[in-house]
Structure formats: structure tokens, C-alpha cells
Design a protein around this ligand. Structure first.
Ligand SMILES: Nc1ncnc2c1ncn2[C@@H]1O[C@H](COP(=O)(O)OP(=O)(O)OP(=O)(O)O)[C@@H](O)[C@H]1O
Length: 461
């Protein structure tokens, strides 16, 4: 199932794309439906299993729901979503006329038989999407120059992908539903979690962040759920875990993909029942936390490889957000560089620095695999080690200088030759990104098998 795409800025200028909730447990159908929704001019809000659909009844985020009806047990979902004002299109592979009639009786406006092609579903959806297409919503922070793109909640950046991201954050922040943030390393996932918390009704309560990749495995359960005295060697006192510390607020689980499978099962229980136990304590406790999680990996590949529980994934992947890579943000890189030049120079007790035009050009051309964090490091290093008050190309690391236009000479400079695996990795990552995180489609375009990508990724990890 590919990650939802941010909408086409050109279309957004005229009207907001209707948001579609996809309720289907079958990953293959979700892939086809995602393509159909994009073709018909909509945007996927989330793809969820039937059990998670009810969470959307109150959130009122979606305009339209496509609900798979494998049997009669799913029919009440149609009723509930319809009653909350969504246009509901039912689908089913059962091919039963009685089921179709019953789905329509319960409020579905159309019934599409499975398997459907993206074209068929897009055709059936198009008039429904048209009904819900709305004039573009008011800018996020209205003011005298409200039409101007602006920075937002700690983020610097006014490019279209960032404007779309700010809109998504503003829309999903008030919901209680879990948020699943994806994006390359250093692209601002933690900043995004902070913005969501700050704009939610939970802002007055704590935001507790845990990096699942940085905590030793044997301590992780106690970090998340706490422990009681004597639970294990060294547990000399009762200890509150992150879930309790975040009571009423938000729990941010960074690098969720690194969490052990056994602990994933316990987290699933919190999401299903609201209950958890401190390590060594038989007494169940209750938690009221909103979970926001993040990963730099492709979560669909992690599920496919068995490293991420599918049931937990569908519970968490309710409101997905993708952070664009820095290289997708155009001139934001220059604005960010300016902001860091100012703040780091101040921190280092130096005069304010600027970027020379030649250095700015390299910044624009470079790929930034480490994203905003890499940019911060480059600027900090130049300010600490450099002389003067201007960043020039000579002060920049070799990989950045390589980003310049190709040398006029036909002889290749040995310094610019990159290892084969680095070039191969860049090609693969770009392809996966171009297909919105869908490894299978990227593999098809590269004419290699998806398993080749998974195998290589394991080697690079
Ligand atoms: N658009 C932005 N404007 C200003 N600062 C930013 C922006 N994006 C990221 N940063 C800063 O860059 C640094 C890295 O961001 P952050 O830690 O949120 O990234 P991340 O995606 O969570 O990284 P990782 O995957 O390594 O956990 C932080 O200091 C953050 O404040």
C-alpha cells in the first residue's frame, strides 16, 4: 500500500482535493484503490482495517469513504460513516446481489465489485469526488498578507510540499487518532510530532518522546510501561514509564520499526484496550495517550519482511504524514541555511555569516541524503572551522563540492568518483520516493525484483 501523496499544488490552488478514507484489510486492493483515488482527483487520508474505521466517525476528517464489505458484519461501518456525513462507496468481492442491496440500503451511494481496475474505480468515484470538491480552505494563520506562503510551528520553509504538510498537520492535530510519520532521516519527523502535539487539545499535557532505536532492548519495556520494585535486578524502586508520563498528552515513538516484536504486541494491547502493565506488576493500568510514531524506513516493506506486526501497523497507520526530503523543497534549503547561519553564529559567539552565491548554488544542486540535520552540520562546521563571515565552496565537504556542474575537462576527477553501492543506493531510493514509498512499483520501474531492494536495504542498514 503506497503512502498517500501530498496533493498537486497546482490543483490545490483552485480547490481542496477531497479526502478519502479507505477501509479495506487487503493490501493489494488498497494499492489499486489508492491509484484510482489519485486518478480521480482525490487524496487518500488513510487506509485502515475495518476495526479502525469507527475512529473516523467522530474525527470528520474525510469527505468520502470506500468501504470493503466482505460480509454482513461490515455493514454497520457503512451506516456509521454515512451518518457522520461521509459519502460511502461500498466494494465487495463476494459478488452477492443481496449484499449490494443491503449496503445501499444502509447508506452506500454506489457498490463496486472486486476485483476492480484503477480505471473502473476512478470512473465510479469521479462524480462523488466532484460533489465534495471545495474551494481552497483559509490559510493556516490568517493575517494581513494571508495569501503569502509562510513558515509554520517551528518549521522553516515556504515551498509547496511544506505548505501542503502544514495544512495536513493543522487538519490532523485536533484528532485523537494515531499519527504515523514517515520521512528520511533528519527530515524533521520529531519537529512534526512536536507541531502536532502543540496544535492539539493535549498541548497543556506532556509530550513524551522515546527513540526506540536508541534504548537497549532489555530496558525498552520498562521505559515504555514502567516497572515495580524488584521486577528485575537493579529495579530498586517503582518507576513510571513513558505511557504514564504522557497521561492526557502525546507519546512520540521515534524509530518505531526498531521495537521488538514482543513489545509491539504489548503496544497493540494499549491501542486495543487502553490497558497496560508495568513490568513485574500483575495489575492492569489504564492509559489516555495519543500515539504519534515515526520511522525512516518503508513501513510496508517492514511489514512484508515480518519485522513489523501487521495488526499493530494498521492500528497506528490511521493518519499518515510524509515529510518531504530536503531535496524536494526547492529554495527552502537557502532559507534554512540562512536561519541556521544566524542562530549558530550567535551560539558560537561569531558575527552573522552569509552564504556566497557559489556556495548557495552547490546547496541547491546537492542531494542532501541526511536532510536538514546534514545541512545543520555543514553550517555548524563551516562557522566553527572557517575564517571570515561568508561560507564559500572551499569550506564545504567534498560531497557537496561534487554537486557543482560537470567539469569542462573530459578526464574524470578521481575525487568525484563515488563507490558503486552509494550510486546504486541513490538510484533505488530516488525510485522508491518517486513512487511514494511503494517498493513494488519502484522495483518494476527499475526492472529488478522487489526482493533485490529489500536485500540491499538490509545490507545498507
Ligand atoms: N523545516 C525545518 N525548519 C527548521 N528546522 C528543522 C526543519 N526540519 C528539521 N529541522 C531541524 O533539523 C533537525 C533534525 O530534525 P528532526 O530530529 O525532527 O528529524 P528526524 O526526521 O526526526 O530525524 P531522525 O530520522 O534522524 O530521527 C532538528 O534540529 C530539527 O529541529
Amino acid at each position: 500500500m503506497p503512502l498517500p501523496q501530498t496533493s498537486d499544488p497546482a490543483t490545490r490552488a483552485d480547490a481542496r482535493r477531497p479526502l478519502v478514507l479507505l477501509v479495506d484489510a487487503d493490501a493489494a486492493a488498497v494499492r489499486v484503490a489508492t491509484a484510482a483515488v489519485a486518478n480521480a482527483g482525490g487524496e487518500i487520508l488513510a487506509a485502515v482495517e475495518p476495526a479502525a474505521a469507527v475512529g473516523f466517525v467522530r474525527s470528520r476528517l474525510a469527505d468520502i469513504a470506500i468501504v470493503d464489505v466482505p460480509d454482513r458484519a461490515t455493514l454497520p461501518i457503512i451506516e456509521a460513516l454515512g451518518a457522520s456525513g461521509l459519502i460511502v462507496v461500498a466494494t465487495s468481492g463476494a459478488g452477492s446481489v443481496a449484499l449490494a442491496v443491503e449496503a445501499m440500503r444502509r447508506g452506500a451511494v454506489d457498490f463496486v465489485l472486486k476485483p476492480y481496475s484503477p480505471e473502473t474505480l476512478a470512473r465510479r468515484l469521479a462524480p462523488r469526488l466532484e460533489e465534495r470538491r471545495q474551494p481552497v480552505e483559509a490559510p493556516i494563520e490568517a493575517g494581513p498578507d494571508a495569501d503569502e506562503p509562510r513558515d509554520f510551528a517551528g518549521f522553516v520553509g515556504r515551498s509547496s510540499p511544506m505548505q501542503a504538510l502544514y495544512g495536513e498537520i493543522a487538519r490532523i492535530a485536533p484528532s485523537r487518532a494515531p499519527v504515523f510519520i514517515t520521512g528520511e532521516s533528519g527530515s524533521g519527523k520529531e519537529l512534526c510530532a512536536e507541531a502536532i502535539h502543540a496544535r492539539s487539545g493535549r498541548a497543556a499535557k506532556p509530550l513524551v518522546a522515546l527513540n526506540c532505536g536508541a534504548i537497549p532492548r532489555e530496558l525498552m519495556e520498562s521505559e515504555v510501561f514502567g516497572h515495580v520494585r524488584g521486577a528485575f535486578t537493579g529495579a530498586t524502586d517503582d518507576r513510571v514509564g513513558a505511557v504514564e508520563a504522557a497521561a492526557g498528552g502525546t507519546l512520540f515513538l521515534d524509530e518505531i520499526g526498531e521495537m521488538e516484536l514482543s513489545l509491539q504486541a504489548k503496544l497493540l494491547r494499549v491501542l486495543q484496550t487502553g490497558e497496560f502493565r508495568r513490568v513485574g506488576d500483575p495489575r492492569p493500568r489504564r492509559a489516555d495517550v495519543r500515539i504519534v510514531c515515526a520511522t525512516h524506513r518503508d513501513p510496508f516493506a517492514e511489514v512484508a519482511a515480518g519485522r513489523f506486526r501487521q495488526d499493530l501497523f494498521y492500528r497506528l497507520h490511521v493518519l499518515p504524514i510524509r515529510l518531504p526530503a530536503l531535496r524536494e523543497r526547492g529554495d527552502d534549503v537557502i532559507a534554512l541555511a540562512g536561519a541556521f547561519l544566524e542562530s549558530f553564529a550567535r551560539e558560537e559567539g561569531r558575527a552573522i555569516w552569509r552564504l556566497s552565491p557559489a556556495a548557495a548554488e552547490l546547496f541547491r544542486r546537492y542531494d542532501w541524503p541526511g536532510n536538514v540535520r546534514e545541512l545543520q552540520n555543514v553550517i555548524r562546521r563551516a562557522i566553527v572551522l572557517g575564517e571570515g563571515d561568508e561560507i564559500t565552496p572551499e569550506m564545504l565537504p567534498a560531497e557537496l563540492r561534487r554537486a557543482g556542474p560537470p567539469a569542462a575537462s573530459s578526464v574524470c576527477d578521481p575525487e568525484i568518483i563515488e563507490p558503486f553501492w552509494v550510486q546504486e543506493r541513490r538510484i533505488i531510493e530516488r525510485a522508491v520516493e518517486a513512487f511514494g514509498g511503494n517498493t513494488a512499483r519502484a522495483a518494476a520501474a527499475l526492472e529488478i525484483s522487489p526482493s533485490t531492494i529489500y536485500r540491499k536495504r538490509e545490507r545498507w542498514a
